[in-house]
Design a protein around this ligand. Structure first.
Ligand SMILES: [Fe+2]
Ligand SMILES: [Fe+2]
Length: 139
């Protein structure tokens, strides 16, 4: 799987959220790099924990923003965020059992999930976000 690259079509129209998404992309790429270099399970585990800590922070910030703009589909969006945490916990367990297979699977899953989530789910709130926040959000 190729490294993830940011493109303008991934922008949700607000700098802070775009910056979070870029950071998440770079953490997934870092995971790819430590897996490829066959770093120790401890190192891979550390990158995964960093990634999930940042994802936690981002989900919280994004949900707060969606609450602020009264996004009608917030509950469903929160559910999707919550489900990822469970899925990653399961993947991490599998990784502990079999680091070699588990780490590749983890990277494939996370890169696919992140791209699909930003381009699919996050993009759904873009129009409302821009409408509620007005021109300030479009800089
Ligand atoms: Fe999201
Ligand atoms: Fe997001």
């Amino acid at each position: 799987m190729a490294l993830l690259e940011w493109t303008d079509k991934m922008s949700v129209g607000i700098d802070t959220i775009d910056a979070d998404h870029k950071k998440l992309l770079s953490l997934v790429n870092e995971l790819h790099s430590v897996v490829r270099k066959k770093e120790s399970p401890d190192t891979v585990g550390r990158v995964l924990r960093d990634l999930m800590a940042y994802a936690d922070y981002h989900f919280e910030a994004e949900e707060q923003l969606l609450r602020l703009i009264r996004y009608p589909d917030l509950d469903r969006h929160k559910e999707i965020h919550g489900k990822l945490k469970d899925q990653v916990a399961a993947l991490e367990e599998r990784y502990r059992d079999d680091p070699k297979k588990g780490s590749v699977r983890m990277f494939d899953f996370l890169s696919d999930w992140l791209m699909r989530h930003i381009l699919g789910e996050d993009m759904k709130y873009k129009a409302l976000l821009l409408e509620k926040l007005g021109k300030n959000a479009q800089k």
